[in-house]
Write a protein of this length. Structure first.
Length: 363
């Protein structure tokens, strides 16, 4: 699969090309930069506009084979000479670049959502060009994205606390043709934000079912929770790294049953075993071969639970499941961290919960 280049790489390339045209007076139709990963990035330059003391141009975002909503948009850089001889490179965000409104992100509240690595990339490219042309003054670089406000509606930005546009991001300069890295970075950012906001408990749920359950059944504000998708183990790791001493995991039995087998990535491509684990729980509760075979033939945990309920062993089964899940969760979280879990189904409500739910207040 073909990789692409980040919005940070596009911004840096556009800024370099605009600075060459501003200081050298020569039109640039393409440009090359070295991204942090060490790879050459050659970009075509679009929509060049030249004024007396400024030049603007754009680079088209190429996300490669990654399903990135920013693919194909134009990332602009406008560079302008500033009076004085202090040789500063000032980087600002313009139209379509979001503003940070919550603590815990890469940039402080009120700043343009241009992350630290892209800022370093932009400054490096502009400063090198200024040195080549022996320019002694300062330069203002404004990054803007005309489509940014609309594109941002399709991202996690508003939830993260970035309003009014997209983020200029990237740590390697390269977009890998998978969304896993972006999702994990988002989870990490959200956990960091919750910590910065003073939250004492990391509340985690795999998806929308869990979010709705938190709100409707537990009375927990959905804004206080973090979606972890299938990456339960990674999210626990991040919560611990962030400094949380208490973690609450809430999810549908269809995903969380896998925890009773020590499975911490619940994507079906990684591991399934749902019916096998349900059958194991039933067997432990005294189920015969016929019932276990019936469970193994089910296509959903809800259907398997119905069979278990008909046999009258649902309490024993769920007690077995939650105790095994708790064992693996504690192993993952490590010493000094209190981790609790609630499993539910959409039809039955809470099916199982760790004993710490009742022992520890404030959940």
């Amino acid at each position: 699969m073909r990789h692409g280049y980040t919005t940070g790489s596009c911004a840096a390339a556009a800024a370099k090309a605009a600075t060459i045209m501003l200081l050298g007076g020569e039109k640039k139709e393409d440009i090359m930069i070295i991204v942090p990963a060490g790879e050459e990035y050659r970009a075509t330059i679009h929509d060049i506009k030249t004024e007396e003391d400024s030049v603007s141009c754009a680079v088209k975002k190429d996300a490669g084979d990654d399903p990135d909503v920013t693919n194909g948009i134009l990332i602009y850089a406008k560079v302008q000479k500033l009076p004085g001889e202090d040789k500063n490179i000032i980087i600002e965000g313009g139209e379509g670049v979001g503003r940070v409104t919550k603590k815990g992100l890469d940039q402080p509240v009120g700043s343009a959502a241009i992350n630290s690595v892209p800022r370093k990339m932009i400054e490096k490219e502009v400063r090198e060009v200024a040195d080549i042309f022996a320019y002694e003054g300062s330069i203002l670089v404004k990054i803007y994205v005309p489509e940014g406000r609309e594109i941002a509606k399709k991202t996690f930005n508003e939830r993260l606390g970035i309003e009014g546009g997209i983020s200029i991001i990237g740590t390697t300069g390269i977009v890998e043709p998978m969304s896993k890295r972006a999702l994990l970075e988002t989870i990490k950012l959200e956990l960091n934000q919750k910590k910065e906001e003073g939250k004492e408990i990391a509340i985690i749920t795999p998806g929308n079912y869990g979010m709705e359950f938190l709100k409707n059944e537990l009375g927990i504000n959905m804004e206080d929770a973090v979606k972890c998708s299938n990456f339960i183990g990674d999210t626990i790791d991040y919560a611990v790294e962030t400094g949380f001493k208490r973690i609450l995991l809430v999810g549908h039995i269809g995903k969380l049953i896998k925890l009773s087998g020590g499975i911490m990535n619940t994507h079906s491509k990684e591991a399934d075993g749902r019916m096998e684990l349900m059958a194991l729980a039933a067997y432990n509760a005294g189920a015969d071969k016929k019932l276990c075979d019936g469970i193994l033939e089910c296509i959903s945990t809800d259907a398997a639970y119905e069979l278990i309920k008909e046999a009258g062993i649902e309490n024993e089964c769920m007690d077995f499941v939650i105790k095994r899940a708790e064992k693996y969760l504690k192993l993952r979280a490590g010493e000094g961290v209190n981790i609790d879990c609630i499993m539910f189904s959409n039809t039955e409500g809470i099916l199982a919960k760790t004993k710490g739910i009742n022992e520890r207040k404030g959940l």
